[in-house]
Write a protein that binds this ligand. Structure first.
Ligand code: NAD
Length: 254
C-alpha cells in the first residue's frame, strides 16, 4: 500500500487489544498515529512501547502519540483531531475502534448497561465520525469496528448486538453523506478475536469449544488478522469501496 506512509490516523481504544495492534501495524508502515483511550496511562505506555520497538526494527516508522480520551464526549474527539494536526500537521484516516462488551440476559439488561454500551459503541462512533468529517479531506477514510454480532443473535448479548447493529447501519448512513466530501466510511465485523474482551471465551471450555466448532477455520482469530482488513480499507486500493462491512471471522455462519 504505497499511499500509506506519511499519512496520519486517529485510532480510539488503542491502549490494548486490536487498537494497539492497529497502531503498531500502521506505524510499522510509516503512518503516524494518534491513539486515544479511556485508560490514558496505559495508552502512553503502549505508545512508548510501540515507538521503542519500531525504532530499532523498521526504517522510517510512523510515530504513535498516546492520549487520554473518552469517546462518549464529542468535544474530546475534536481534541484528538487537534492533537493530530499539532503533532503531524495533517489528518487522513480515523478508526473508531473503542468498544465495551456488557454481558446480560435480555430480561436483566439494566438501563445503565444499555445506556453505557450505546454511549460508547454507538455515540462514540458517531462523534468520532463527525469529528473526522470536519478534518479529513477527499481520499480520507473512516473505519468503524462493528462485529459479526451486528447480524446474529447471541444469548446474553442483546445489548452488545444491538449496539453493533447500530454501528453497521450508521456506517452506511455516514458513507452516503460523507461521500459528498470524498470521504469513505466502512466497517470491520470481526468474529471471535483473541483480546481481553474475549478472555471469558478462552476461560470457559464450553464457550471455547462452541466458538471453535462454529468457525470453519477451527480457531479464534488474532488482532493481526483483523489488521489486514483495516490496512486495505484505509488504503487507496479500497478507493471505490464505501458503506460496507468486511467480516473477519474465519468463515463463521453461526
Ligand atoms: P479490548 O477490550 O481489548 O480494548 C478496547 C479498548 O477500548 C480498551 O483499551 C478500553 O480502555 C477502550 N475503551 C473502552 N471504553 C472507552 C471509552 N469510553 N473511550 C475511549 N476508550 C475506551 O477490545 P478489543 O477486543 O480490542 O475490541 C476492539 C473493538 O472491536 C471493539 O469495538 C469491540 O466491540 C470490537 N470487536 C471485538 C471482537 C473480539 O472478539 N475481540 C469481536 C468483534 C468486535
Amino acid at each position: 500500500y504505497p499511499d500509506l506512509p506519511g499519512k496520519v490516523a486517529v485510532i480510539t481504544g488503542a491502549a490494548r487489544g486490536m487498537g494497539a495492534v492497529f497502531a503498531r501495524g500502521l506505524a510499522a508502515r510509516g503512518v503516524h498515529v494518534v491513539g486515544g483511550d479511556l485508560d490514558g496511562e496505559r495508552m502512553s505506555t503502549t505508545a512508548d512501547a510501540i515507538n521503542d520497538a519500531l525504532k530499532s526494527t523498521v526504517d522510517e516508522p510512523g510515530r504513535v502519540v498516546g492520549t487520554a480520551v473518552d469517546v462518549t464526549s464529542a468535544e474530546q474527539h475534536d481534541r484528538l483531531a487537534a492533537t493530530a494536526l499539532a503533532e503531524f500537521g495533517r489528518l487522513d484516516h480515523w478508526v473508531n475502534n473503542a468498544g465495551i462488551f456488557p454481558f446480560a440476559p435480555a430480561a436483566e439488561i439494566s438501563p445503565d448497561q444499555l445506556g453505557g454500551v450505546l454511549r460508547v459503541n454507538v455515540e462514540g462512533v458517531l462523534y468520532g465520525a463527525q469529528a473526522a468529517a470536519r478534518h479529513l479531506g477527499p481520499g480520507g477514510a473512516i473505519v468503524n469496528m462493528s462485529s459479526v454480532s451486528a447480524t446474529r443473535v447471541r444469548r446474553g448479548r442483546g445489548a452488545y448486538c444491538t449496539s453493533k447493529a447500530a454501528v453497521a447501519h450508521l456506517t452506511e448512513s455516514l458513507a452516503v453523506e460523507f461521500g459528498d466530501q470524498g470521504i469513505r466510511v466502512n466497517a470491520i465485523a470481526p468474529g471471535y478475536i483473541d483480546t481481553d474482551m474475549t478472555r471469558w471465551v478462552k476461560e470457559d471450555p464450553v464457550a471455547l469449544r462452541h466458538a471453535v466448532d462454529t468457525v470453519p477455520l477451527h480457531r479464534i482469530g488474532s488482532p493481526e488478522e483483523v489488521f489486514g482488513a483495516l490496512l486495505f480499507l484505509l488504503s487507496d486500493s479500497a478507493r471505490y469501496i464505501t458503506g460496507h462491512s468486511i467480516a473477519v471471522d474465519g468463515g463463521s455462519r453461526h
